[in-house]
Design a protein around this ligand. Structure first.
Ligand SMILES: Cc1cc2nc3c(=O)[nH]c(=O)nc-3n(C[C@H](O)[C@H](O)[C@H](O)COP(=O)(O)OP(=O)(O)OC[C@H]3O[C@@H](n4cnc5c(N)ncnc54)[C@H](O)[C@@H]3O)c2cc1C
Length: 386
């Protein structure tokens, strides 16, 4: 008799019940709004929120307060061939000291990855290690003052060191994508790094947001650049997480929003990029970073129809820690390479990240209800299999 697939093998029944409780709350936008109002208020009046950690989603979406405390969660994933990338959840960086500190923590994750095979990737968010304003100014091609030029050189130095550390550790460093109006500034430092470090294998991977108009073509131009300059392209394909911010800014500035007008257009661009990536898989690395089951099924079918191995070293899938685990474990069970984005950091510091997760889950009601359905079914199976 074939073994029944267990979509949450890393969780105890008690933990699974807690997840169900949380996702049921997140499926109710009204409750999420009240919850977020309360959390923001408690933070403002400096109320100690640690005793209420269970209600913040921290245990569901974050793996621990520092690199070492994540090992418990990531080794549980690894027991089922689900890899991890440690993602430092610190979204407030404004000073040189903050940027230095954040770069140092990313180096810590890279050094940990050097001797822990559960971590084949590391990740950095550009605005965590350099001024957002400076990336914006570079994007606008405006001249920098002497002080800004010095800060810009520091950003380059930090990224250079991170790339060097990743190369030494034999892992891939992913560069996250953020708001569209800093992206060209980010590319200005990352493109030379790819040309330099990706000659023998991928060390640096960029992120392409396919909700931005025309970004399927931007991905094609990166592929072309890699072929022209003889390096291996690493690309994480995402839809994009800043849609509201992009649209609000466009209204404020009275300009056209750079984001596709409809979800369908975003989906079409995402699929076009996936198609190009599959064709280039013999050379270039593609990270399919999505929770979208249709896209994942499409890639799996594409591999099957074109006799490509799902375990190809150039093909990785990725989902966020605590979200769509049933998708991740199913991919691992089919032999695919899959890693979870695993945020970590102290509770207070992780709150902005948790707020984004809460809003995303509450906005994507159908997927959140599917998550509830999957957890309920798993709990039921466990109950009747004892
Ligand atoms: C491993 C991983 C890494 C990630 N890294 C990044 C990153 O570096 N930068 C980043 O920005 N995001 C990142 N994301 C988030 C990602 O961009 C999406 O916000 C999130 O994954 C939801 O998209 P989806 O493809 O999973 O699911 P889906 O439910 O299929 O798509 C939801 C997404 O579609 C788009 N969308 C929804 N409605 C509309 C509309 N009306 N018009 C146009 N587009 C619409 C939005 O991008 C929305 O987030 C990452 C996600 C994962 C899983």
């Amino acid at each position: 008799m074939s073994k029944v697939f267990e979509p949450y093998p890393h969780k105890s029944t008690r933990e699974l019940r807690a997840s169900l409780f949380l996702f049921r709350l997140l499926a109710r936008p009204f409750l999420v709004r009240i919850g977020l109002f309360l959390v923001r208020f408690l933070l403002q009046v400096r109320f100690p929120i640690a005793p209420f950690v269970k209600f913040t989603g921290y245990e569901q979406f974050c793996a621990g307060k520092d690199v070492l405390s994540c090992t418990r969660a990531t080794s549980r994933l690894m027991a089922f061939r689900v890899f991890s990338v440690l993602d430092y959840a610190n979204e407030h960086a404004n000073t040189s000291a903050d940027y230095e500190h954040n770069a140092h923590v990313v180096i810590e994750t890279i050094r940990e990855a050097k001797h822990n095979p559960a971590y084949p990737f590391a990740v950095v968010k550009p605005s965590a290690i350099g001024s957002f304003k400076l990336f914006e100014k570079k994007t606008q091609n405006k001249p920098l003052s002497a002080v800004e030029q010095k800060d810009w050189n520091m950003i380059k130095q930090r990224l250079d060191q991170l790339a060097f550390e990743a190369q030494e550790a034999g892992i891939v460093l992913m560069i996250d994508a953020e708001e569209s109006w800093i992206q060209e500034g980010v590319d200005a430092v990352v493109l030379p790094l790819m040309r330099q470090f990706n000659k023998k294998q991928v060390v640096i991977a960029i992120t392409i947001q396919l909700y931005l108009n025309g970004n399927d073509q931007v991905y094609q131009s990166f592929l072309k650049d890699a072929n022209t300059h003889a390096y291996y392209l690493g690309a994480k394909l995402v839809r994009g997480a800043y849609m509201e911010i992009e649209r609000n800014r466009a209204v404020l500035l009275n300009i056209d929003a750079p984001v596709c007008n409809t979800k369908e257009e975003t989906d079409t661009q995402y699929r076009a990029a996936l198609h190009a990536a599959m064709k280039a898989l013999d050379q270039h690395l593609c990270i399919v970073a999505t929770h979208n089951q249709l896209d994942i099924n499409w890639v799996v079918a594409y591999c099957k129809n074109n006799k490509l191995s799902l375990a190809s070293k150039n093909l990785w899938f990725s989902q966020l820690f605590g979200m769509r685990d049933y998708v991740s474990f199913s991919l691992a069970a089919q032999g695919a390479n899959i890693f979870k984005y695993v945020p970590f950091g102290p509770l207070r510091q992780a709150i902005p990240y948790l707020i984004r997760r809460a809003l995303e889950n509450s906005a994507m009601k159908t997927q959140t209800l599917e998550e509830c359905y999957q957890i309920k079914a798993a709990l039921k199976r466990r109950k009747f299999s004892v």
